[in-house]
Structure formats: C-alpha cells, structure tokens
Design a protein around this ligand. Structure first.
Ligand code: SAH
Ligand code: SF4
Length: 408
C-alpha cells in the first residue's frame, strides 16, 4: 500500500469558525440549473446556450479547474464567473494506492453550516484489463444496517448532493489524468484500447443510492451527457439493497444498469442480512426486477450475493437461487465477504464458493466470483466507512482539552 498524497487528516477544529464559501461549484451542476445560473449572473438569454456549451466542454472534456483556463470564454465573463461560482471539487483528505493498483480516496465535502464540519466519503478506482471502474458513494453513511456491512454501522449524516456525486468522478479523473493530452501518473493502468481511464461507474460505495434518488438520477444525467463526460449509460450501474418503489423509475429516467444486493434466497434470512427486506420482501423485489425497463439478455440485472460461511453458502441455497431468478434476465455476482473489525461473519471457504458457483454455472448463468480488490487499503466492498466518526471523537477531545486549559 502506498500513501500518495495526504491532506490534513483531521476535521477542522471545533473551536475555529468554519469558513463557508457561498459560491456554488459549477462542477456537477445539471444543465438546466447551469443555464438558470448563467441567466442569474446576467448572461443574456440569446448567449446562454453558447456559454453553457463552452463551460460544459471546459469542465468535462478538458477538466478545467480555473475559469481563466477557458480561453474562448470572454475575459470579462471570467471575472463575473469567479465572483459568483467555483470549479471546486471535493477536497482530497487521503489517497491510497493498493498493491493491486486499486486507488482509494477519502474526500471531504465543504461544510454547509457552523455545525457541519464537512462530511466525508470514500471512493474507489479499480483498474482492470479492459476497463477502469470507479465505485462512488451516494450518501454519507447509510441508514439501512445490513448486518454484514461496515458502512451500515456508521450513522447516516446526509445524502450527497448531485455535484458531490459527480465531484467524486472528477477527482478520480483529475488524479488519473483522464483528459485528452494529460499524462496518467506513473504506474497507473491505461486501458489496452487507449480509452478512458474511468470508463465505468458503479454506485456501490457508501450509502443506498435509491434513498438519494433525485441526486443520483441528476448525477447520472451529467455523467452520461453526450456533449460532456459521455459515459455510456450501460456502463453506469446502480446497486440497491431493494428500495422497490424507486426501481422502475431508475430504469425509465436514467437507463442505468441495475444491481440488486440479494444475499439470501428466503425472507427469514434476508430479513436478518438486509433488513429492508421486511419492508419490501423478496416477491416484491423480484417482481420489480422482472419489470425493470430495458432489461434484456444483453442487459442483464446483476444479483450480488455475498458469501458468508455457514450462513447462506450451502449448495441447497445455490439451487434455490437459480430457481428464484428463473424468468429474469440475470447474472449472478458472488462476492467473497470482506471482513471488518468487529464483524460476526466469516467469508466462506474458497472451495465452497467454487462449488456454489458451479451449481449456478451448470444452471446456465454466468457467475463470476468478484475478486477482492484493494483489501490492504480497506477499499473492498462493504469495508468503506469514513473516519468522520473517529475524527469527531478526536475533535471533541480537543475541544474538551481546550476548555480545561481555558479554565486554568
Ligand atoms: N447500498 C447499496 C450499494 C452499496 S453496497 C447496496 O446495498 O446495494 C455495495 C455492495 O457491497 C452490496 O452488494 C453490498 O451488499 C456489498 N457488501 C456490503 N458489505 C460487504 C462486505 N463486508 N463484504 C462484501 N460485500 C459487501
Ligand atoms: Fe447500506 Fe448497502 Fe451497506 Fe446495506 S449493504 S448497509 S444498503 S451500504
């Protein structure tokens, strides 16, 4: 594991006033909002489309970080833009590179009020031979408490805003040099087709994306905009624990690929592993999958199944899984459980995972076993949990110390 860049690893001290920049960042602002913003700073109606096109190009195709870089935008407008907005990205608190090339960033979002010391999330880049996948977060923490997931142990702070979701992708592209004419850092994987370093996005970081639905939908709109970042909708995957009422909308409004965190083949066990199952049980979840707009043999729904030793890994369960998914355009992704401090679960033995996979394969499904990536930097699935809580405790301690010192 290498630590490449490190910012301050503590949250702002609770005794220092928080500096809040009221200017919005234009990075990640959806098109309609950006047009509205341009009008609000006095750009004439007839120019709005052209200016929007210029900004869009500089932000997403060129990765501009200063308005003054935008050479075809009038100088006078640079100053107006500077006064009213920024091209800010989330702040990098820490960047780690795993022995296998996986990169993890801890990112801090700007504070919104004196009571908010700046929420933190994590985002992970996984390079493979033919693609570079970025795993992004949709919430700070998660309310859903799946019993095997580390993120679930962190109290929800809030949903991420649209720009904070897009901002994660921009940070990764900045750090990887993923813009025409930029040089990727030494040792970075460059896809063998010479294509984009960040080619795929998965909403599999912290949080339940369908609980932050509007912002996730708008972020997908920005990421897949044909004049901007141009990511293919097929290469954006949203993973949900099963928020049934939002699943259909996700398909019609975004065209994103769907992944379902299934993990059990019967309701009593799924109630324990993925407690949202009590609200939306398996039958309802699978019905929503059968109806998922755009699902086809070429665009299958991924069913994620975490392998927990002695809990859900029997061959009878493998057969039940196959039966359950009959009639759905499905692929199954077996995820070796990634342990975290304090968990009661263990990962299934490798031989058992292979036998389980064979049953699924024999039934005609592809069942890749997800190779754990970035375990040495706690970047693997379900290991994401920001240090925010730890830092809060540290900040509280500092405050107490200062109060004690101050009372001398
Ligand atoms: N909240 C969403 C997306 C984030 S979790 C969801 O639950 O789908 C991304 C994937 O990692 C989910 O399939 C989740 O069940 C899985 N996961 C969580 N904790 C894990 C762990 N400790 N080991 C392996 N996979 C885990
Ligand atoms: Fe939340 Fe997903 Fe973790 Fe469940 S698995 S606690 S839904 S992040």
């Amino acid at each position: 594991m290498t630590e490449i860049a490190s910012g301050p690893d503590t949250a702002p001290s609770p005794v220092q006033p928080v500096v809040i920049d009221p200017r919005p960042s234009l990075v990640g602002m959806p098109r309609a909002a950006l047009a509205e913003f341009l009008r609000s700073i006095g750009v004439p109606d007839k120019e709005v489309r052209m200016r929007l096109g210029q900004l869009w190009h500089w932000i997403y195709t060129r990765g501009a970080t200063e308005f003054s870089d935008m050479t075809n935008v009038a100088r006078s407008l640079h100053a107006t833009l500077d006064a009213a907005a920024t091209l800010r990205r989330p702040e990098i608190v820490r960047e780690q590179v795993s022995a296998d090339g996986t990169r993890k960033w801890v990112l801090r979002m700007p504070a919104k009020s004196q009571h908010d010391r700046g929420a933190e999330v994590e985002c992970v880049y996984i390079p493979e031979k033919d693609r570079g996948t970025l795993c992004v977060s949709s919430q700070v923490g998660c309310t859903l408490n799946c019993s095997f997931c580390h993120t679930g142990t962190q109290k929800l702070v809030r949903n991420l805003e649209t720009w904070e979701i897009v901002g994660q992708v921009m940070v990764a592209r900045d750090r990887l040099g993923d813009y025409p004419g930029r040089t990727p850092p030494e040792g970075a994987f460059v896809p063998n087709d010479g294509g984009r370093l960040v080619s795929n996005i998965v909403f599999m970081g912290m949080g339940e994306p369908l609980y932050a639905y509007d912002n996730v939908r708008d972020a997908i709109g920005v990421l897949t905009d044909p004049d901007g970042m141009q990511l293919s909708k097929r290469k954006v995957t949203v993973s949900t624990s099963g928020v049934v009422p939002e699943i259909g909308r996700l398909g019609t409004e975004t065209g994103a690929a769907l992944a379902i965190s299934l993990h059990a083949t019967n309701d009593p066990l799924r109630d324990v592993l993925v407690p949202i199952n009590k609200k939306y049980p398996l039958a309802e979840l699978l019905a929503a999958c059968r109806d998922y707009p755009g699902a086809s043999n070429a665009r299958r729904i991924t069913f994620e199944y975490v392998m927990l030793k002695g809990v859900n890994d029997s061959l009878a369960e493998a057969r039940a899984l196959v039966k359950l998914l009959r009639g759905i355009h499905a692929k199954i992704n077996l995820i070796p459980f990634n342990p975290w401090p304090g968990t009661i679960y263990e990962c299934s033995d490798w031989a058992q995972i292979e036998k389980f996979s064979d049953v699924i394969f024999d039934a005609g499904y592809s069942s890749p076993i997800r190779t754990p990536r970035g375990r040495d930097i706690l970047a693997a699935c379900g290991q994401l949990k920001s240090d925010t809580e730890k830092m809060r405790a540290r900040a509280r301690l500092m405050l107490e110390e200062q109060l004690v010192l101050g009372s001398d």
